[in-house]
Design a protein around this ligand. Structure first.
Ligand code: PRP
Ligand code: URA
Length: 206
């Protein structure tokens, strides 16, 4: 299921990210801010438990988070979203999955993975700024399911309809969060108008 986030601050920052003039430092800072803003919606349904605490004035019946959260950035570009979310959920554990997309076939290839051991009871958030064909995110989700993950949310910044359809079809149990849904993919598999190559823009490579 697609959840397209719509908030003036998010839209404004996504516009900054898309601009070709935005350099590496501003791209990195803005991607982190966007991930933090998205976290507010992504975490809306996290379970809480009732607790009693003491304020300076009285006993207070309140709630605190009652779940494990695991973030899984898809390398490389997903790394740029981690800090924005761990700032808000410091208890989150972080796994990593390295995927690279073949430039000709657009098929994803997994070159690295390392996950914490609480995947099966955690709320797992797969982070990748770009959902193009959906090959990389879809494969990352499958690897996590094979390792026991049961509740998975896919958090991307910009998506193409092709990628959304693929995830909805292959993983109907996974919620997809986007800050922008673009028109289509070009013949090289880039999102149009998109923001270019997220990994290159984040790390200053070409
Ligand atoms: C990019 C991007 C996604 C993937 C999206 O990664 O960060 O992971 O492509 O495309 P898809 O939906 O068609 O799979 P890339 O393979 O370029 O690796 P990088 O992040 O290391 O640059
Ligand atoms: N990966 C990117 O970084 N950008 C795109 O537009 C598509 C895939």
């Amino acid at each position: 299921m697609l959840i397209l986030l719509n908030h003036p601050l998010l839209t404004h920052k996504l516009t900054q990210l898309r601009r070709k003039e935005t350099g590496t430092k501003d791209f990195r800072d803005t991607l982190k801010e966007i991930a933090g803003l998205m976290a507010y919606e992504i975490t809306r349904d996290l379970p809480v438990k009732a607790i009693k605490i003491e304020t300076p004035m009285a006993t207070c019946e309140t709630n605190e988070l009652a779940c494990d959260v695991v973030l899984v950035p898809v390398l490389r570009a997903g790394l740029g979203m981690v800090d924005g979310i761990t700032n808000l959920i410091p208890s989150a554990k972080v796994g990593h999955i390295g995927m690279s997309r073949d430039h000709k076939t657009l098929e994803p290839m997994t070159y690295y993975s390392k996950f914490p051991d609480n995947l099966s009871q955690a709320i797992v958030m797969v982070l990748d700024p770009m959902l193009a064909t959906g090959g990389s995110s879809g494969e990352a989700i499958q690897v996590l399911k094979d390792k026991g993950a049961k509740t998975i949310k896919l958090v991307c910044v910009v998506g193409a309809p092709e990628g959304v359809r693929k995830i909805e079809n292959d993983h109907p149990d996974v919620q997809i969060f986007l800050a922008g849904l673009d028109k289509n993919l070009n013949e090289s598999g880039y999102i149009m108008p998109g923001l270019g190559d997220a990994g290159d823009r984040l790390f200053g490579t070409t």
